[in-house]
Design a protein around this ligand. Structure first.
Ligand SMILES: [Zn+2]
Length: 297
């Protein structure tokens, strides 16, 4: 059986899947921010899960950061207590097995490629349109992390075709870049663009409710957002042309975006006759942890 962990800033979650993807155990605890305490918790959760399912399991961990392939150290994790630690080495020693570790967006893409919306597709790109704009690349059900563990970080490419007359004032990103995709096509990017024209500061669901009721500003912002997303996805298709693109995160639940964005993508791809397999995630918020379990398949 396969243990998967999802490590977040507030919660640490564990599940156990069997080879058919059925879930046999699940537990969620607050994330311990002391590194040694964190290792203790992982170890005791693994032991508890294995007692519960009655056998040894593989262990995969998805976290909001990456394992630097050159140094073995965790970097870029917003669970900052993990940064600079040999997490894999430490867990391998404690758990007496080889633990698999990957970025949570890569785990999302793996989950959807193994038995989710893109099951059966060879080259799958997972896109998470939530607080930020994450991404993960999976080929033949293997995560492609890349030489620098940068693969999938499309959210920090500049928005293609940025034009301040259309896209508004230039925006600085925390990563040091300017006009990064995630400042426009994430959930927060969408609300940011609406709220800069509105005196009321609305949430995403409130803006979509206005859109449904025919509000002109909501319509204008939504159409711009779809055009920006089309530009972003077209650059992805021009780069790797995946067999499927699977969308997760809060915006993936907005059913109209799929047909709307597919109509505009051909305006920005090299050929305007393109097949676009763009799907909502099958497992929603559970995809990340399921993909972590599948890391050790
Ligand atoms: Zn950035």
């Amino acid at each position: 059986m396969y243990i998967g962990f999802d490590i977040g800033g507030t919660k640490t979650e564990i599940i156990v899947l069997d080879a058919h993807g059925e879930q046999h155990f699940k537990k969620r605890i607050p994330t311990e921010h002391d590194y040694q305490g964190f290792l203790n918790n992982i170890e005791s959760l693994v032991l508890e899960a294995e007692r519960s399912v009655g056998g040894a399991c593989s262990v995969g961990i998805g976290l909001p950061g990456v394992l630097d392939p050159r140094t073995g150290l965790i970097k870029n994790a917003n669970c900052t207590f993990l940064n600079g630690h040999q997490l894999k080495k430490d867990l391998d020693a404690r758990l007496n097995r080889s633990v698999a570790i990957a970025n949570d967006a890569n785990c999302f893409a793996l989950s959807e490629a193994v038995d989710g919306a893109a099951a059966g597709k060879s080259v799958v790109f997972g896109v998470i349109l939530g607080t930020g704009c994450g991404g993960g690349l999976v080929v033949n059900q293997q995560v492609i992390g890349g030489l620098n563990a940068n693969a999938g970080e499309w959210g920090h490419n500049p928005l293609p075709g940025f034009n301040s007359e259309i896209d508004g004032n230039p925006v600085q990103c925390f990563c040091g870049g300017k006009n990064c995709l995630e400042k426009f096509v994430s959930g927060t990017g969408f609300t940011r663009q609406y709220n800069q024209h509105s005196s009321a500061q609305l949430t995403g669901p409130e803006i979509f409710a206005k859109l449904e009721s025919g509000d002109a500003l909501a319509k204008q912002c939504y159409e711009l957002f779809i055009d920006q997303l089309a530009r972003a996805l077209a650059s992805l298709i021009n780069s790797i042309d995946p067999d499927a693109i699977v969308v997760g995160g809060g915006l993936s639940n907005v059913s109209r975006i799929y047909d709307d964005v597919k109509q505009l993508i051909p305006n920005y791809t090299i050929s305007d006759d393109v097949v676009i397999n763009l799907y909502p995630a099958k497992y929603g918020d559970s995809s990340g942890i399921r993909g972590a379990a599948w890391l050790a398949r």
